[in-house]
Design a protein around this ligand. Structure first.
Ligand SMILES: N[C@@H](CCC(=O)N[C@@H](CS)C(=O)NCC(=O)O)C(=O)O
Length: 221
């Protein structure tokens, strides 16, 4: 399989975690932001990464959107399972959707705001700061939007803490799509000292899930 991705994207990390968990061999093609749409829009109708090309006869040519990629992988390769059984599955997919649609975006806002301000020293180079400026413009990362993102993350981490602080999995008794989504979409916070200090349990879980999925740890861990 071939994964079209941005190497630093937390949504692409989510697809890699699922591929790694299932031990499916794959290669990556790192796209150039800006030019990426020329390649992927004709394949999926979307401009977002990740895009998975299964390269298997009888399977779709391209799958866009990380949630759809997880669904495809679970159907294509049921072992080891990401499914938990009917009632728990619905809860896991609901958490996955919330993490994907709401929390992944909040993380992006808080992370890029940090990288442009206090966290500039992580990479003060002109090229890195230019990318950060473009991303902030592209997604409308204004101070007001960042404040909303911070607030959303605070609520999310309270909800996740109730489950993850004392148990290894968010739903049921084994790894699910909810754990994979949370581990990937909150991983950029590992570079922000405030989150590291306040939520040590979060980064323990993120690291455990990366080990479980045979994926290198995210920057900062
Ligand atoms: N819900 C989508 C979100 C993916 C997403 O936002 N990807 C970003 C990178 S983190 C992207 O490719 N942005 C480029 C664009 O929108 O043109 C998914 O789960 O795949």
């Amino acid at each position: 399989m071939l994964l079209l991705q941005f190497s630093t994207s937390h949504y692409c990390r989510k697809a890699r975690l699922a591929l790694g968990y299932k031990k499916i061999p794959y290669t990556v093609n790192n796209l150039t932001p800006g030019l990426h749409a020329l390649k992927i829009k004709p394949l999926t109708g979307l401009t977002t990464t990740p895009v998975l090309l299964p390269e298997v006869d009888g399977q779709p040519k391209a799958i866009g959107d990380s949630t759809q990629i997880l669904k495809f992988l679970e159907a294509y390769c049921p072992e080891p399972p990401l499914s938990l059984g009917s009632t728990l599955d619905a809860e896991a997919w609901m958490l996955e959707d919330w993490l994907d649609e709401s929390i992944g975006t909040a993380t992006r806002f808080v992370y890029y705001d940090y990288r442009a301000g206090e966290g500039k020293a992580i990479d003060p180079s002109f090229s890195s700061q230019l990318v950060i400026t473009i991303v902030r413009q592209q997604y409308g990362i204004s101070p007001a939007a960042v404040a909303l993102g911070c607030d959303r993350l605070k609520t999310a981490l309270t909800v996740l803490q109730e489950r993850w602080q004392t148990r290894p999995y968010l739903v049921g008794d084994r790894l699910s799509v909810a754990d994979i989504a949370a581990a990937a979409l909150l991983s950029p916070l590992a570079l922000i000292p405030e989150y590291r200090q306040k939520y040590p349990w979060l980064f323990e879980r993120i690291a455990e899930i990366h080990h479980h999925c045979h994926e290198p740890l995210p920057p900062g861990l």
